[in-house]
Design a binder for this molecule. Structure first.
Ligand code: UDP
Ligand code: MG
Length: 322
């Protein structure tokens, strides 16, 4: 296989980790083996490395990363000052690696994504793609809750007109150029997979079957999942705000028609005894809709507030293995 440029590419593998002490050593072993294989066949340069980002773990995760980084393996570690969440941890790893590599692969620590498609991804890169998305074509190992919420979410995204790639999480190979472009997006709360799809670089897709976690439990709690989902929608769509205006117009028209009916009844019929339900029902209904609408507007205002503070996305405590 030919190589872009006349030397093998420096490949960086970025792995965000949060409380993964149960599995981190298995992951280090598997990724190191894969990377060594690629180097041996000339698909990656000898200066390639694996960058583990410790997202403020409270267990032994960082200690184990440090141990392997110190022992002369291709392991590097970035320790964040606190838990900032998967997306920001990923960004810190991408930012760290972009200047030191030609190509960056992002993958979860639990190895649910299939490493065997890496060669195929590299092939697509050689063929000209700058971003290669790993897309799951088999989610049978996911829980019904995860599958159900995911499918509902993609439908919602479609409805809101957001450009997404169904069943792509953050298993992705990116040219350093594309990573640097990603870094030029200034938003604090970035929905990385959404931005990657919409950047416009030549892209390609590689399909794989999602495997079960190699150990431990999911670190994506329901609240973290909901927050990621909401970030995805509000980052790319103002449709929820428009929906509120639309509801307002609908209710206004409804109210207009009811008013006409009341005036008609008052003038021409003798049946204008005020009904309890026709007064009380609209109060509750309109009250509910108003509160909901205020909530949605509030969410966007909160987002503007967080963005205007321009706080750093993450703080690095230390780096090892360089
Ligand atoms: N993760 C992280 N910070 C967090 C939560 C998760 O860095 O606050 C990492 C986690 O260690 C894993 C990846 O993000 O490498 C994906 O998490 P997980 O596998 O638990 O999510 P799931 O696959 O269940 O969606
Ligand atoms: Mg996982």
């Amino acid at each position: 296989m030919s190589l872009k440029g006349n030397r093998p590419n420096v490949l960086a593998i970025v792995v965000p980790c949060y409380n993964e002490s149960e599995i981190i050593e298995t992951t280090i072993a598997a990724l190191s083996e894969k990377l060594n294989e690629l180097i041996a066949v000339g698909l990656a340069s000898d200066s390639s490395f694996i960058c583990f980002v410790d997202d403020g773990s409270s267990d032994e995760t960082w200690g184990l990363i440090e141990k392997h980084a110190d022992s002369g393996e291709r392991v590097r570690g970035v320790k964040l000052a606190g838990n900032v969440g998967h997306q920001k941890a990923l960004l810190s790893g991408l930012e760290y690696s972009a200047e030191k590599s030609d190509l960056v692969l992002t993958i979860d620590a639990d190895l649910q994504d299939d490493l065997n498609v890496l060669e195929k991804m590299l092939e697509k890169y050689q063929a000209g793609a700058e971003i290669i998305f790993g897309v799951r074509n088999d989610r049978s190992t996911d829980s019904w809750l995860k599958k159900g919420t995911a499918s509902l979410y993609y439908r919602l995204m479609e409805f809101f007109g957001v450009n997404t790639l169904k069943d792509h999480a953050d298993f992705r190979l990116m040219a350093a150029k594309a990573v640097r472009a990603l870094m030029s997006f200034p938003e604090r709360n970035m929905y990385i997979r959404g931005v990657c799809v919409s950047m416009g670089f030549p892209c390609s897709i590689v399909y794989y079957g999602r495997q079960a976690r190699i150990g431990g439990e999911t670190k994506y709690t329901l609240s973290k999942m909901l927050s990621l989902g909401w970030d995805g929608i509000t980052s790319f769509s103002v449709f929820p705000l428009r929906l509120i205006s639309l509801l307002g117009v609908l209710f206004f028209l409804g109210a207009l028609m009811v008013s006409l009916r009341i005036v008609y009844a008052h003038l021409f019929l003798d049946t204008t005894i005020p009904g309890w339900s026709s007064i009380v029902l609209p109060i509750f209904m309109l009250g509910g809709i108003q509160l909901l609408s205020l909530g949605v507007i509030g969410e966007y205002v909160a987002k503007i507030y967080m963005e205007t503070k321009r706080r750093p996305r993450y703080l690095i405590d230390k780096i090892v293995g360089e």
